[in-house]
Design a protein around this ligand. Structure first.
Ligand code: ADP
Length: 479
């Protein structure tokens, strides 16, 4: 079966978050299940510069008002088609906005074009390639199923919600340029609270909806988590399912990870000390007896980083240290930098994005803090589990589905893998940190926790099977 994945990022070509890890890993994970996945990505400058030898699959003289080409690459990390449209994607800055973090004003046109190109491929615009099913990721890919529906195409489609907080909402004025029938501007089409909603359009028109953990699939039916889309999610409940993300166990393997100073396995955990020393040097931390916590995160409200910033005094007072890597809200960045200045040797902060350092932190810190207010799946806790870096996380979404809390019953049953707490507040996070300190002071308990986490299988094999089964069922429904 041939599946076209329509997405705005895919590791290792372009990444701003977990979406890229998932889209980049799925083609390899699905191949053993008989699914041949081709990824359709926008032709951002860095992608086109990294690849060579693209062959033209199709030329547009006018795609949403610009010239464009569909290029297929044989030398990419996975089967890849790129939408080369320099007027839309060939600019300096990030995939969604400029270097100052301001969204590109024409994002509606950029990602409508991506969706349109996906739908055109599904319709057979390129002789050399036509998928049996289209899989759209997040709002940036979500217009593809809408274009398919409004052009009467009966090839099945899936939309995956990686984070329902990002919805691709635009002014009603853009509708006229979307090249859709007038009837599509309706509650059962792309209209959303008086404007246009790309994710809403995809959720309405795709044959199936998935999200990235079972708990998040349930949560988004609730107003707190659904963020305006809960009604639609509930109306389509029979077509919604949660499939937890896997991780790339080759890229993320402490036994071979080239970013670590010392490689190790569950049997050689002592070697992590060398990585911890490297972190201490990198973050100017004073070696100490207490646990070394780390954070690898976008610095945002979603991730509970404001609550963590408030809790740092408690963390330090209790004897913890922290190495934080992240970027995001300017005020939060400043708060963490100020905390590091107040607590030299105890708190180290690196503002920015650094793939190598993110691996080292997982390979050397004792615990990773993930106090998210909501978390569709979360990957950093999965990397933590695999690396013996004990996750300390809020009980929500994928965090609740992938971590087993170290309560006495779970500890005595030998199944505990981390610490979960309810309600993202300073008091609750402080209590969770106190529990970590207690566990850390009991070497047998701590070793068991780390080993149990490392034994968990978060590879793609199970979840890829679920995607393959879903694809099969949809293709059978539309032979
Ligand atoms: P989200 O996609 O919501 O940001 P996830 O936990 O699903 O959160 O995925 C985040 C991904 O981005 C992980 O692979 C994590 O290691 C990586 N990441 C986040 N911040 C940074 C950073 N500052 N430097 C390097 N990697 C980061």
């Amino acid at each position: 079966m041939k599946v076209l994945a329509v997405a705005s990022e895919a590791y290792p070509l372009i990444k701003t978050g977990g979406l890229a890890d998932v889209v980049g890993a799925l083609p390899g994970a699905l191949a053993p299940h008989g699914v041949e996945t081709t990824v359709l990505l926008p032709g951002y400058g860095p992608i086109l510069r990294a690849l060579s030898g693209g062959k033209v699959l199709h030329r547009y003289t006018d795609l949403m008002g610009v010239k464009a080409r569909l290029l297929v690459f044989a030398n990419a990390p996975f089967p890849l088609i790129v939408l080369d449209a320099p007027d839309l994607f060939g600019r300096d800055g990030g995939p969604y906005g400029n270097d100052a973090g301001v969204d590109w004003p024409d994002n509606w046109r950029r990602f409508a074009a991506l969706g349109r190109a996906g739908a055109d491929l599904a319709a057979g615009v390129a002789k050399a390639y036509r998928p049996d099913l289209l899989h759209a990721h997040d709002w940036q890919g979500a217009m593809a199923p809408a274009y398919m529906r409004y052009s009467g195409l009966d090839i099945p489609s899936v939309v995956t919600v990686h984070n329902i907080a990002f919805q691709g909402r635009f002014d009603a004025a853009v509708f006229a340029a979307l090249d859709l029938p007038a009837a599509a501007f309706a509650v059962d089409g792309v209209e959303y609270f008086g404007g246009v909603g790309f994710l809403k359009a995809g959720l309405h028109t795709a044959d199936a909806i998935t999200t990235v953990s079972p708990t998040y699939a349930a949560e988004i039916g609730d107003a707190t988590f659904g963020m305006g889309l809960e009604g639609l999610i509930n109306a389509r409940r029979a077509d919604v399912c949660g499939i937890v993300n896997g991780i790339d166990t080759v890229v993320w393997d402490p036994a071979t990870d080239p970013y670590l100073h010392a490689n190790y396995t569950a049997a050689t955990l002592r070697r992590r000390a060398e990585n911890r020393q490297a972190i201490e040097a990198e973050f100017a931390l004073t070696p100490g007896k207490g646990p070394l916590f780390c954070v690898v995160s976008r610095l945002t409200w979603q991730k509970g980083m404001d609550v963590l910033a408030e809790t740092l005094e408690d963390l330090v007072a209790m004897g913890g240290r922290l190495a934080l890597l992240g970027s995001g809200d300017v005020a939060l960045e400043a708060a963490f930098v100020a905390a590091a200045q107040r607590h030299p040797g105890r708190i180290g902060v690196r503002i920015g994005y650094d793939e190598a350092l993110s691996h080292l932190l997982q390979g050397g810190a004792d615990a990773i803090l993930v106090p998210s207010r909501f978390e569709p799946c979360g990957l950093t806790q999965l990397y933590g589990l695999r690396y013996g870096c004990v996750p300390v996380a809020a009980r929500t979404g994928g965090l609740a589905d992938t971590i087993i809390d170290a309560n006495e019953a779970a500890l005595s049953g030998g199944v505990a893998t981390g610490y979960l707490f309810d309600g993202v507040t300073r008091a609750n996070l402080t209590r969770a940190i106190a529990r970590v300190l207690d566990g850390f002071s009991r070497p047998k308990v701590w070793r068991a926790l780390k080993r149990q986490g490392m034994r968990c299988d978060f590879s793609w094999s199970h979840s890829a099977q679920r995607y393959a089964d879903l694809y099969q069922s949809l293709v059978k429904r539309n032979p």
